[in-house]
Design a protein around this ligand. Sequence first.
Ligand code: ZN
Length: 310
Amino acid sequence: MITDIKGLHHVTSMAADAAENNRFFTDTLGLRRVKKTVNFDAPEVYHLYYGDEIGTPGSVMTYFPFGEMPRGVRGTGEVGVTEFAVPEGALSYWKDRLAAKGATGLTEGRFLGETRLEFTGPDGDGFALVESADRGRTAWTGAGVPEDTGILGFHGARMRLRDSAATAELLTFMGYQKDETDGAVTRYRIEGGNAADTIDLEAVPGGKTASQGAGSVHHIAFAVEYRAAQLRVRDALLDTGYQVTPVIDRDYFWAIYFRTPGGVLFEIATNEPGFDRDEDTANLGQALKLPTRYEPYRGQIEGHLPALGA
Ligand code: ZN
């Protein structure tokens, strides 16, 4: 069994409009944009990262805003709900704030003993805010969000799967333990994690496969502390028969990817070197950062990228 995984690292989704995406995460949710770079495989598209002050692993929501792009259709074989943790008692604030900012799909409820508020993002993205203990995390309080109310990072993620058995087995192999069940949803939780600790598997037998597009999660990344741990995880996955990519340098972390039995793309990402490797903490996310190989084309790239606003 793997013992190196510490919870979620980041969740990466697709969006249509870049400025709208930026406004929603910074102005509506009050997260900090911690990096403005490009898709390393398609430099005409931004890669935007939003999180806490330094983009602590377990807090980082990232987007590829492709511009004109059809909306995804929710279904099986994907992460259906990305969940953020907020302090106990914060949901009444968020309910008013999200409604005032025009967020849709607001649904409050109790699930597995927790109070949660589901809502949809600008492209129909499935989100929830879940009241949670702070576990030592500090919210970034941008856009006037009070300090005792702000988003602390991820709570977890919910995957919708036609058959969850093989993914459950994989999560267990990755170090997650089976927790409570409510209806079709079974929670898995990692011990000793970074507080972004839960994965919920929702079994939807016969459910229609999701169609990826704007508002869909592209992949979900799990955290390991450093590169040697990542290599241990890679070896263990290969030994179990998973097809895992070589280690890829993403400038702010090292990444490996593999497709899981339920259809969701998993990544394992290192906590090192982090988002402050190429800019000061005070100025994170302001300047356009390019991987070295694209620097010669900076003028051309900047000419094509849309304006983001603040
Ligand atoms: Zn990733």
